[in-house]
Design a protein around this ligand. Structure first.
Ligand SMILES: [Zn+2]
Length: 388
C-alpha cells in the first residue's frame, strides 16, 4: 500500500513516516505468522497459502481467494475456488491441518531420550479433521466451483474417526450462502447453468446477517449480506476473534469491482458494502494494520486500502452521476474518461472486465441511458469531484 499511499492525504502521510519504524521492529522480531501481504500471484495452476492471523489462512490461485479456519473443531472455508483446483485446495488444507496439529500438540515431556519421541510422526499421520462448513460469498463459478468436491471431502476426511461426526460422515460439509446464491445455483440463468445438488448451499439466509450458532475454532463467525453490490447475493464473512473479514468480490485489490448488472449488482451497493466494512474494521494505528481483509481476488488489505478503494469509487461514481444529470450518453461519458486518473492502477483494456465494462455498469446502475434529465447547471462546467 505504500506506493499508493504517496498520493493519499495527511493521515496516511503520517503513517508513511512511522512505517520505517514498524519495518525495523518487524525485522528484529521473529516471524509470528501474523501478517504477510501477498504481492505476487502464484504461478498459474498452483495454489499458495498465506497465514493471515491466528488459525485463519488464505489460499490464493484456485480461482477466488479462499479463506480457511483450521483448528480443534475442524475446517471452515469461505469460498471453494474453481472445480478443477479442488485437489490442490484439499492438499493445501490438509497440510495446514497437520501443521496446526503439530504446533498445538502439548509436549508430554515424559521421554527419557528426546530423539526417540514419536509425537511428531504420530500427528503427521493422524487423520485430519473434516471440513465442516463451506461459506459462499457469491454464486460465481470461481467461488462455488469447488463446492461439490470439498463438501464430499468433509465426508472422507472423517476416515476411521467418525465418532461425534456422524452427521458429517453421511452428509458432508454444510454449505452456507445468501438465498439469492441458492436460487441462482439451483435454477441457473444469466449465462450460468444450474449446479448438481451436492454443490448447492445446504443452508441459506435471507435476512441481513447469519451467524454460526456456536464458536468455531475458538471464535464467532458471521455472514453479512451486502445487497446489490457485486451481485444481489453477496456475503462478507467476519471472523470475530482473529478479526479477519473475507470480502468476496465486494473488493478486488487490483482492479475495479466487477458490478454484475445482470445479477443485480450496482455501484451504490458496492459503496454501501465498503462503508459497512469500514464501520466493522478497526485499525491498529492510524489506518494501518488491525482488522485484516481478504478480497475475492488479489492481495490482503487493511482499512487504509479499503478506504482508498471506497474514495476512488465514490469519486468516479460522482463524476458519472454528474454526467448523467447533464443527459450525457454512455459514449459521451466514456469519452469524458471519468476514471482516467485511476486507470493505471485499476483499469484494463483487455480481459473479461475492462474499464469500459466498469464505466458502463456504473452508468447503467445510476440510471444512465434512461429518460434524459434536463441540464440544470445552465451550461456551467462540472464541479470538481469531492475528495474525502
Ligand atoms: Zn470472483
Amino acid at each position: 500500500m505504500t506506493t499508493r499511499a504517496i498520493v493519499m492525504t495527511g493521515a496516511v502521510a503520517i503513517a508513511l513516516i512511522v512505517s520505517p519504524l514498524k519495518a525495523q521492529q518487524r525485522a528484529t522480531q521473529p516471524s509470528k505468522f501474523t501478517r504477510a501481504p501477498m504481492t505476487q500471484p502464484p504461478p498459474s495452476g498452483e495454489v499458495e497459502v498465506l497465514p493471515v492471523r491466528g488459525n485463519v489462512y488464505a489460499i490464493f490461485g484456485a480461482g477466488a481467494n479462499i479463506v480457511v479456519s483450521v483448528g480443534n473443531d475442524g475446517v471452515l472455508i469461505v469460498d471453494a475456488g474453481r472445480a478443477e483446483m479442488s485437489e490442490k485446495v484439499l492438499a493445501a488444507i490438509q497440510r495446514l491441518q497437520r501443521e496446526w496439529a503439530l504446533r498445538n500438540e502439548p509436549r508430554s515431556g515424559g521421554f527419557g531420550a528426546e530423539t526417540r519421541s514419536s509425537v511428531a510422526e504420530r500427528h503427521i499421520t493422524a487423520p485430519p479433521k473434516p471440513i465442516r462448513y463451506i461459506l459462499n460469498t457469491s454464486a460465481d463459478p470461481d467461488h462455488v466451483g469447488g463446492n461439490e468436491k470439498l463438501r464430499k471431502a468433509g465426508h472422507t476426511f472423517t476416515g476411521g474417526n467418525v465418532a461425534g461426526n456422524i452427521a458429517d460422515a453421511t452428509e458432508g460439509a454444510a454449505i452456507l450462502a445468501h438465498e439469492n446464491v441458492l436460487t441462482r445455483l439451483s435454477r441457473g440463468g444469466e449465462g450460468q447453468s444450474a449446479v448438481p445438488a451436492d454443490a448447492l448451499p445446504t443452508d441459506a439466509y435471507f435476512v441481513d446477517f447469519y451467524k454460526l450458532s456456536h464458536y468455531f475454532n475458538g471464535e464467532g463467525i458471521q455472514l453479512f449480506h451486502v445487497p446489490k453490490a457485486h451481485t444481489d447475493g453477496d456475503s462478507i464473512v467476519h471472523f470475530r476473534g482473529t478479526d479477519v473479514i473475507a470480502l468476496g468480490d465486494l473488493m478486488l485489490s487490483g482492479s475495479y469491482p466487477v458490478i454484475d448488472v445482470a445479477k443485480g449488482g450496482t455501484i451504490n451497493g458496492v459503496l454501501d458494502g465498503l462503508n459497512r466494512v469500514l464501520d466493522m474494521s478497526i485499525a491498529e494505528f492510524r489506518l494501518e494494520g488491525g482488522t485484516l481483509m481478504v478480497p475475492g481476488h488479489g492481495r490482503l488489505v487493511d482499512s487504509a486500502d479499503v478506504a482508498y478503494y471506497r474514495d476512488m469509487l465514490t469519486i468516479i461514481r460522482d463524476r458519472v452521476e454528474d454526467q448523467i444529470k447533464k443527459g450525457r450518453t454512455l459514449e459521451q461519458v466514456k469519452a469524458a474518461n471519468p476514471s482516467g486518473d485511476y486507470d493505471t492502477e485499476y483499469g484494463s483494456t483487455t480481459g473479461p472486465w475492462t474499464t469500459a465494462n466498469f464505466i458502463e455498469a456504473v452508468y447503467k446502475t445510476l440510471g444512465g441511458g434512461g429518460r434524459p434529465k434536463p441540464d440544470t447547471t445552465g451550461g456551467k462546467a462540472p464541479a470538481p469531484a469531492r475528495r474525502k
